[in-house]
Write a protein that binds this ligand. Structure first.
Ligand code: PEP
Ligand code: MG
Length: 553
């Protein structure tokens, strides 16, 4: 077995034979020509033909990869209208008495070199585009046909480099993955690979022509390609690959569809995240929004108390990327099992019942205000919900809202814009909150049931203590009763109610939650698609326990 390593562009797996993709060597006549006039006409004809081809490639790329990825071909077409570039080629023909293909190669190479020597990585990467267009013009002048280079079998394509025009011309149904010796993560090959969601590895220096026809596994997760892999590797990575394919199929089936039961009840399915690094998973699983962004991870990942600016950048990134989807950011839930040295929290006998979450925030006002200001500043970049954790009383909600209003006033005085449609909510994760839900609902726009803590506090079972597993009942009737009470109280006061604890992803309870009237379920990104499928297979007109009429496993 041989292993090639590189930089992974798309974390997926491809299994199949390798096809070495090699542009044929061609020779350009370097002799002078007696009459440059016919060469000028040949160049002009080739330029127009390639420009038309770029237009076709543009339309094809729009259909397969979207407008953004296709824009490169418009750029190529425009490049062929560039007077400086065309004059450079024509001058070589006229002044040096050279053939059209010689002049085109020389003229485009000179411009590409100029881009390559620029400091800006964007312009450096554009050098490959100029070469790409130049090659197309030369191939057109020489009458070369590159359509057979890919072969006729599905394969992992291995090349020195793949130009955008080559990538887009490839037959996708035969393409399992791509490996190149060159290429940058900024190049259009990489951009196209991403938008096609094809596993791709660039800068793989071990590539060899001998690999042609050999069995291989391209493992994007581990940034490598195994050539002639061992049976163990084939078995384990085939399993992972099959999981990817099953997920693709589910995604295809559900994309763009609402989460509506057979009898017409629609709810939202959102994802839980821990920071900007998880946003890709929200998109990849087609979640409608974020129901719980555990902002304490921004604190836990930081060696010192994160500044307002650091927090603003993290929240802005998530909101901006997911806009206009709703993103509910929970204010810092530090304490109990989640501690950081710089907070200097005392050791406590009962940390789960101790100084944590909103209790810290309401007593360390400067600390809290830093986060609230960051959230308010970020609010204009998307659709924000702010949620307070571990609430037990109306007084706490009012105090938190008053501090938020104070931050809003400060920002207004500073001339900093803040969105005016921010939804305010609380976690219902204490029995006190569930029992006082009617009072609390008057203060907020939404509730989100934190069933992890709600179960721990209702059943007096420490969620961290593995010894208590035998006593724990995740479907405890007391907890289910509290969930129903909370939903009913919320609805009495025009407050939507979701579930963001682990129970939300328990498919054996989906029917129960729908019957209870829940408005939203927020689950880890991996559970989004199976949950959506489950919801769509339920018919609530059927008797209790028999509502699941589709195959939702
Ligand atoms: C919960 O308690 O259910 C919850 C979602 O919050 P966490 O798990 O972060 O405590
Ligand atoms: Mg909790």
């Amino acid at each position: 077995m041989q292993v090639g390593t590189g930089v992974s562009i798309v974390n997926r797996i491809a299994i199949g034979k390798i096809r070495i993709y090699k542009t044929p060597e061609y020779k350009i006549n370097e002799e002078t020509v007696p009459d440059p006039i016919p060469e000028l006409k040949r160049y002009e004809d080739a330029r127009k033909k390639v420009q038309d081809q770029q237009q076709v490639l543009y339309e094809r790329a729009v259909a397969s990869a979207g407008e953004d990825s296709a824009a490169i071909f418009q750029f190529h077409a425009d490049m062929l209208d560039d007077d400086d570039l065309n004059d450079a080629v024509k001058t070589i023909i006229v002044e040096q008495h050279r053939s059209a293909e010689y002049a085109a190669r020389q003229g485009f190479n000179n411009v590409a070199q100029m881009f390559k020597e620029m400091d800006d990585p964007y312009f450096q990467a554009r050098s490959a585009d100029v070469i790409d267009v130049g090659n197309s013009v030369v191939e057109c002048l020489l009458g070369l046909d590159t359509s057979s280079l890919q072969g006729t079998e599905p394969a992992i394509l291995v090349a020195e480099d793949l130009a955008p025009s080559e990538t887009v011309k490839l037959d996708k149904s035969l393409l399992l993955g791509m490996v190149t010796v060159e290429g940058s993560s900024n190049s259009h090959t990489a951009i196209l690979a991403r938008s096609m969601n094809l596993p791709a590895l660039i800068q793989c220096k071990q590539v060899s022509d001998d690999w042609d026809g050999h069995m291989a596994i391209l493992d994007g997760y581990n940034s490598c390609i195994y050539v002639d892999p061992t049976q163990d590797l084939i078995d384990s990575l085939t399993k992972k690959h099959e999981q990817e394919l099953a997920k693709d199929a589910l995604l295809q089936e559900l994309k763009g569809k609402t989460n509506t039961t057979i009898d017409g009840k629609t709810i939202k399915v959102y994802a839980n995240i821990g920071g900007p690094q998880d946003v890709g998973n929200v998109q990849a699983n087609d979640a409608e929004g974020v129901g719980l962004f555990r902002s304490e991870f921004v604190y836990l990942n930081s060696k010192s108390d994160p500044s307002e600016e650091e927090q603003f950048q993290a929240y802005k990134r998530v909101l901006e990327t997911l806009a206009p989807k709703l993103v509910v950011i929970r204010t810092c839930d530090i304490g109990a099992d989640k501690t950081v040295d710089y907070m200097n929290l005392d050791k406590e006998a009962n940390p789960a019942l101790g100084y944590r979450a909103i209790r810290i925030c309401l007593t360390r006002k400067d600390f809290f205000k830093r986060q609230l200001r960051a959230l308010l500043r970020a609010s204009v970049y998307g659709n924000l919900g702010i949620m307070f954790p571990m609430i037990i009383s109306r007084r706490e909600v009012r105090e938190a809202k008053e501090i938020l209003a104070e931050c809003r006033r400060e920002l207004a005085n500073e001339g900093t814009p803040v969105a005016d449609n921010i939804q305010i909510g609380i976690m219902v994760e204490t029995p006190a909150a569930a029992l006082c839900a009617d009072d609390l609902a008057e203060e907020v726009d939404f509730f989100s049931l934190g069933t992890n803590d709600l179960t721990q506090y209702t059943c007096a079972i420490d969620r961290q203590n593995a010894k208590l597993e035998p006593f724990s009942d995740t479907h405890h009737p007391a907890v289910l009763k509290e969930i129903q009470m909370t939903i009913d109280a919320g609805h009495r006061h025009n407050c939507w109610v979701g579930i963001c604890g682990e129970l939300g992803a328990d498919l054996t309870l989906t029917e129960t939650f729908l019957r209870m009237g829940v408005d939203e379920l927020s689950v880890n990104p991996k559970s989004v698609l199976p949950l959506r499928k489950r919801i769509r297979s339920i018919d609530l007109t059927k008797p209790v326990g028999q509502a699941n009429v589709g195959d939702a496993e």
